[in-house]
Design a protein. Structure first.
Lengths: 303, 237
C-alpha cells in the first residue's frame, strides 16, 4: 500500500510537469503547425538564467518570474525571426512538395536546439549544476514512515494545476483566447474575421515558451541542470502529447499525467531502467488503438 | 462603389484573372456569374486579400485595398464569406459569430451586442442553436452562420461566394431573400458570386459574366437574364 501511494504521489508530481511540456508542444502545433523541438532548449536556457540570478544573490521568486518571462520572449523571437520568414509562401514556393515545406520548420527548430545547447555550454560551461527548490525536498512523514512526497511536490502540483486552470479560462472566456483558438483551427476564416493571425500565432509561441520554462524550473531541482538534461523531458513530453492527441490541449494534460504515472509505477514496482521501455510500449499501444491519441480529432478536421 | 480595373491574378503559370474590370454600385447587388473555373472565387479572394494580384487595381469608396492584408481589409468594411460554408466546426455557434466582431469589441462594445441580436433576428434558427458546436449544424444553417459572422463585422461591402452550393432550393431561397432584404433595408453593397446564374440574376441589379478569367458581359441583371445566346454560350442552359 505504501509503495502504491508513493508511486501515485510521485506520478502526479512528475505527470504535472510532463503535462505542462506537452501543453507547450500542443499549443504551438495547433497555432502554427510546427513541432518545436527547440522547446526544452529554450526552457534550459531560461533556467540557466534563473540559476545565474540566484547564484548572484537574487531571490528565487524574482529569478522564477524572470525565467518565465524570458521563455515567453524567446518563443516570440523564435516565431518572428525564424519561423515566420521560413513559412513565407512566396519564398518557399520553389520547393515543390508540401512535405518538404513542412520539414523546414522542424529542421530549423532542431538547429535552434543545437545552437541553444552550444551557447549554454559556452556561457555556463557544460557540467551539471544543481538548481534550487523553493520548498523542502524531504518527504512528509505519515505514521512514522517517510513518504516520497515533499512540500516541493505540493508546490509543483499546485502551480501546474493553477496554470492549467487559468489557461483553460483564458482560452474559453476571453476574446484573445477565442482569437487564438480560431487561428489554430482555421486561420483563413480567422483572418476573414479580422483576427490578426500573425499576432495570435506569436502569442501561442509566447505561451508555449512560458509554459516550458515553468516546466524547466520545476523539474531541474530533481534532475540537475546541464545543456542536455531537458532533452529527456522533451521526449517524454512529446510522448505525452502524442498519447493525448497532438491537437488537443486537454489531451496533452491527460497524456502528461498518464505518462507520469507509467514512469512512476514502473520505477517503483519494477526498476527505473525499464521506464523508457514502458513509455515506448504505451506510445505504441496508443498509436495502434487510437492513432490520433486519446482526445485527438477525427479526420473531419482541417476543412 | 467598388472599382476593379485590369485585375490580373495568377497561380504559377495559370492565369486565373486575366485583366478583369467592372464596378459594383453602392447599395446594390452585383452578381458575378460564370462556369466552373471562370475565376469567380479567385476574384473574391483577391478583393478580400486572400490572394495577391499580379497587377491592376481594386478601390472601394475611392481607397485602394490592393496589397492590404485580409485581416485589415475586413476591418476596413469589406467582409468575405468564402465558398463552402466557412465556419469553424469545433467552435460553438455563438463563438463563430463573436469571432467576426472581436476587433470591434473595445471600441464599439454596445454595437457588438446589437449586431449579434440583429443576425439572430435575421436567422432565428441560429439563436436556438447558439450553444451548439457549428459542426453539428445542417448545411443551410452553416451558411447562415458564415454570413452572420461576416455581418457582425458591420461591413459596407459583402462578398458572397456560392451561398447556394450544396443546399436545398428552399434553403437557397431563404438565404438569398435574407441577403436581398439586408441590401434593400440597410444599404449594404453585395457582390454575389454564383454558379446558379438564374437564382443570382433573379435577385441582382447588375450582372457580370466571367469566362476563363475575362469579363465577357457586364450589363443590368434583367438584360443578361433575357439574353439566351449568352446563356447558351457560357452557362450551358
Amino acid at each position: 500500500m505504501d509503495t502504491f501511494l508513493a508511486a501515485l504521489f510521485s506520478g502526479t508530481s512528475r505527470g504535472a510537469i510532463y503535462a505542462l511540456v506537452a501543453l507547450g508542444l500542443v499549443i504551438v502545433w495547433r497555432g502554427a503547425g510546427i513541432l518545436n523541438y527547440a522547446q526544452m532548449g529554450q526552457a534550459m536556457f531560461s533556467t540557466y538564467i534563473a540559476s545565474t540570478m540566484i547564484i548572484n544573490g537574487n531571490s528565487y521568486w524574482l529569478a522564477f518570474v524572470v525565467a518565465i518571462a524570458v521563455g515567453a520572449v524567446m518563443g516570440v523571437l523564435l516565431d518572428i525571426l525564424v519561423m515566420r520568414p521560413l513559412s513565407n509562401k512566396k519564398k518557399t514556393e520553389l520547393l515543390s512538395s508540401e512535405s518538404m515545406r513542412a520539414a523546414i520548420p522542424v529542421i530549423a527548430s532542431l538547429g535552434i536546439l543545437g545552437v541553444l545547447q552550444a551557447l549554454a555550454g559556452i556561457i555556463w560551461a557544460a557540467e551539471e549544476r544543481g538548481f534550487p527548490a523553493p520548498y523542502a525536498q524531504e518527504g512528509f512523514t505519515v505514521a512514522g514512515n517517510v513518504m516520497p512526497f515533499t512540500s516541493f511536490d505540493v508546490f509543483v502540483i499546485t502551480v501546474v494545476l493553477t496554470t492549467l486552470a487559468l489557461t483553460t479560462l483564458f482560452f474559453k472566456k476571453t476574446g484573445v483566447g477565442l482569437a487564438m483558438r480560431a487561428t489554430a483551427l482555421n486561420s483563413e476564416v480567422a483572418r476573414l474575421s479580422g483576427i490578426r493571425t500573425n499576432f495570435t500565432r506569436s502569442l501561442s509561441w509566447a505561451f508555449s515558451g512560458a509554459a516550458s520554462s515553468l516546466a524547466g524550473l520545476l523539474i531541474t531541482p530533481t534532475s540537475n541542470l546541464s545543456p542536455n538534461t531537458l532533452d529527456l523531458v522533451l521526449i517524454i513530453g512529446f510522448t505525452a502529447a502524442v498519447v493525448g492527441g497532438l491537437d488537443s490541449p486537454a489531451g496533452a494534460v491527460i497524456g502528461g499525467f498518464l505518462v507520469g504515472m507509467v514512469i512512476s509505477f514502473v520505477s517503483f514496482y519494477d526498476t527505473p531502467e525499464d521506464v523508457f521501455l514502458a513509455i515506448l510500449a504505451v506510445l505504441i499501444l496508443v498509436l495502434i488503438i487510437r492513432p490520433r491519441g486519446i482526445l485527438g480529432a477525427k479526420d473531419a478536421r482541417r476543412v | 462603389m467598388l472599382e476593379v480595373k485590369n485585375l490580373v491574378t495568377s497561380f504559377g503559370s495559370v492565369v486565373a484573372l486575366d485583366g478583369v474590370s467592372f464596378t459594383a454600385q453602392e447599395s446594390k447587388i452585383t452578381t458575378v456569374i460564370g462556369a466552373n473555373g471562370a475565376g469567380k472565387s479567385t476574384l473574391l479572394r483577391t478583393i478580400s486579400g486572400l490572394e495577391h494580384a499580379a497587377s491592376g487595381s481594386i478601390t472601394w469608396s475611392g481607397k485602394s485595398v490592393l496589397g492590404m492584408r485580409a485581416e485589415d481589409i475586413v476591418r476596413g468594411g469589406i467582409a468575405h464569406v468564402p465558398e463552402g460554408h466557412a465556419v469553424i466546426s469545433e467552435l460553438s455557434v455563438e463563438e463563430n459569430i463573436s469571432m467576426g466582431s472581436l476587433f470591434r469589441r473595445r471600441k464599439f462594445k454596445a454595437d457588438v451586442a446589437a449586431a449579434q441580436d440583429e443576425v439572430f433576428e435575421l436567422f432565428p434558427r441560429l439563436k436556438e442553436r447558439r450553444k451548439q458546436l457549428a459542426g453539428t449544424l445542417s448545411g443551410g444553417e452553416r451558411q447562415m452562420l458564415a454570413i452572420s459572422r461576416a455581418l457582425v463585422s458591420r461591413p459596407k461591402l459583402l462578398l458572397l461566394d456560392e451561398p447556394s452550393l450544396g443546399l436545398a432550393p428552399l434553403v437557397v431561397e431563404q438565404i438569398i431573400d435574407s441577403i436581398n432584404i439586408l441590401c434593400r433595408t440597410t444599404g449594404l453593397t453585395v457582390l454575389l458570386v454564383e454558379q446558379n446564374a438564374n437564382t443570382a440574376l433573379g435577385v441582382a441589379d447588375h450582372g457580370v459574366l466571367l469566362s476563363l478569367g475575362k469579363v465577357v458581359a457586364d450589363r443590368p441583371a434583367a438584360e443578361l437574364r433575357a439574353d439566351s445566346n449568352l446563356r447558351a454560350a457560357y452557362l450551358g442552359y
